[in-house]
Design a binder for this molecule. Structure first.
Ligand SMILES: Cc1ncc(COP(=O)(O)O)c(C=O)c1O
Length: 385
C-alpha cells in the first residue's frame, strides 16, 4: 500500500482501479460459486461465496488498512461478528465482559453463550484493579471491551487492559463501533481483535446491517473465527458489501462532523436548568475524559446521553417532542437519533430511567440544539412540572 493518510485511503477506497474496464468504482460481484480448474484444483482461491466473496475484498482491505490489522472479515451484522469471537472459544473457557455494554450482546452472552458452556463474568471494565482481580491466568481466554460503552459512554483504557489480559494469557477484543478507526486504533494500543457494527459509522447511512472483525495476527483463535463465518454462515450480501464500501469513502468527513457537533451540543446542555446531567467523554468533568483524550484522536465521538430533570416521564416526553431528532434506535447515520434507552433494554439495564441516548448526525448543530431546547420546554408543559 502507498503511504497514504487514512483520509486518502477512505476517499479512494485504497485507489482501486478495475484492471479490465478501468472503472474506479467496483462492480457488484454476485456469484455464489466459482469455476473449478480442469485438473480439479481451485487456483483462483475461491470455491463458494459463503466462505469468501470478491465483493468483500475492497471493504475488508480498507478497514484492515485503517485498523492496521493482519486481516479483516466482513460479517452479516455486528452481532454476527461479535458472537463469532465467542463461538471460536471452547466450552469451559472463562471470559470477562463489561457490565456496561451493547445490551443485545450482553443478553446473548448471559443466555446463549452461558448455556453453550462459556463462563461469562461481567465486571466494571473501567477499573483496572477490578479487571486484574477477575482475571484467572490460564483459564480466562478473552477480555471483551467496548469503549466508549453504550449507553453511559464509560471509557476503558485499552492499553492498560491489554497488558492485564496478556499477562493472564487472554486475548483482548475491542468493540470500537462508537470510536471508529477515525478516532482510535485499538490494535496499536495492544488489542488482539477489533470489532465494528459496520451498520453504524463505517457505512454511515442507516441503510444496511453489517459487521467486521480485524485481527492483529493470524493465530488458532482467528482460524476458528474464519471457520465460524464460513460454516455457520453469518456472511454479508454482495450488495451490502458494495454499499459499505461506498459509505466508507466519506467516513472521515462524517465522523469529524458528528464529533464537532456532539462536543458543542454537550457543552451547550451541560448545566442546563432542565438537564440533570450530560454524559459525554468530551466533557472535562466526565470520568474517563483523560483516558479518552489519550486514546481518541481528533474528537470524542458522536454519541452522548442526556439525563433529563423530571425522571422517566419527562425523558419520554422530550423524545416525543423533538422534530429534527428522530425517535429511532441505532446510531452512526447522517441523521440524528434519540432513544429512551431503558425502554429498549428492559430489566437489568444500567440506563437510568431519565436517560435519552443521542446519536449526533451531520445536520447543522444549531438546528440540533434548537430542536432539543424546544423539546425540553414542551416536555415541561406536557408533564406539568
Ligand atoms: C456498540 C455496538 N456493538 C454492536 C452492535 C450490534 O450491531 P448490529 O446491529 O449490526 O448487529 C451494536 C448495534 O447497535 C452496537 O451499538
Amino acid at each position: 500500500m502507498k503511504n497514504w493518510s487514512p483520509e486518502s485511503i477512505t476517499a479512494q477506497a485504497l485507489g482501486w482501479i478495475d484492471a479490465e474496464t478501468r472503472a474506479i468504482t467496483p462492480p457488484i460481484h454476485v456469484s455464489s460459486t466459482y469455476l473449478r480448474d480442469p485438473d480439479n484444483q481451485y487456483r483462483s482461491g475461491r470455491v463458494y461465496a459463503r466462505a469468501d466473496n470478491p465483493a468483500f475484498d475492497q471493504a475488508e482491505a480498507v478497514i484492515n488498512a485503517l485498523e492496521g490489522g493482519h486481516q479483516t472479515l466482513l460479517f452479516a451484522s455486528g452481532m454476527a461478528a461479535a458472537t463469532a469471537v465467542f463461538q471460536a472459544l471452547r466450552p469451559g473457557d472463562h471470559v470477562l465482559a463489561p457490565k456496561v455494554m451493547y445490551w443485545s450482546l450482553r443478553n446473548w452472552l448471559m443466555t446463549f453463550a452461558v448455556s453453550w458452556g462459556l463462563e461469562v463474568e461481567l465486571v466494571d471494565m473501567a477499573d483496572p484493579a477490578v479487571v486484574q482481580a477477575a482475571l484467572r491466568p490460564g483459564k480466562t481466554r478473552l477480555v471483551w471491551v467496548e469503549t466508549p460503552a453504550n449507553p453511559l459512554w464509560t471509557v476503558t483504557d485499552i492499553a492498560a487492559t491489554a497488558k492485564l489480559a496478556h499477562a493472564a494469557g487472554a486475548l483482548l477484543a475491542v468493540d470500537s463501533t462508537v470510536s471508529t478507526p477515525v478516532l482510535t486504533q485499538p490494535l496499536a494500543l495492544g488489542a488482539d481483535l477489533v470489532m465494528h457494527a459496520a451498520t453504524k459509522y463505517l457505512n454511515g447511512h442507516s441503510d444496511l446491517i453489517a459487521g467486521t472483525l480485524t485481527t492483529a495476527a493470524d493465530n488458532e483463535h482467528w482460524q476458528k473465527v474464519r471457520k465460524v463465518r464460513a460454516q455457520i454462515g453469518g456472511t454479508l450480501g454482495s450488495f451490502e458489501a458494495w454499499l459499505l464500501l461506498r459509505g466508507l469513502r466519506t467516513l472521515h468527513l462524517r465522523v469529524r462532523a458528528a464529533c464537532a457537533s456532539a462536543q458543542r451540543f454537550a457543552e451547550h446542555f451541560d448545566g442546563h436548568p432542565l438537564v440533570e446531567a450530560v454524559l459525554y467523554p468530551g466533557l472535562p468533568h466526565f470520568p474517563g475524559h483523560e483516558i479518552a483524550r489519550r486514546q481518541m484522536q481528533g474528537g470524542f465521538g458522536g454519541m452522548l446521553s442526556l439525563r433529563v430533570k423530571g425522571g422517566e416521564a419527562a425523558a419520554i416526553a422530550v423524545a416525543a417532542h423533538t422534530q429534527l431528532w428522530k425517535r429511532a434506535t441505532s446510531l452512526g447515520g447522517t441523521e440524528s437519533l434519540i432513544e429512551h434507552r431503558a425502554s429498549v433494554e428492559g430489566a437489568g439495564t444500567p440506563a437510568p430511567p431519565d436517560l435519552l441516548r443521542l446519536s449526533v448526525g451531520i445536520e447543522h448543530v444549531d438546528d440540533l440544539i434548537a430542536d432539543m431546547e424546544a423539546a425540553l420546554q414542551a416536555a415541561v408543559k406536557a408533564t406539568q412540572r
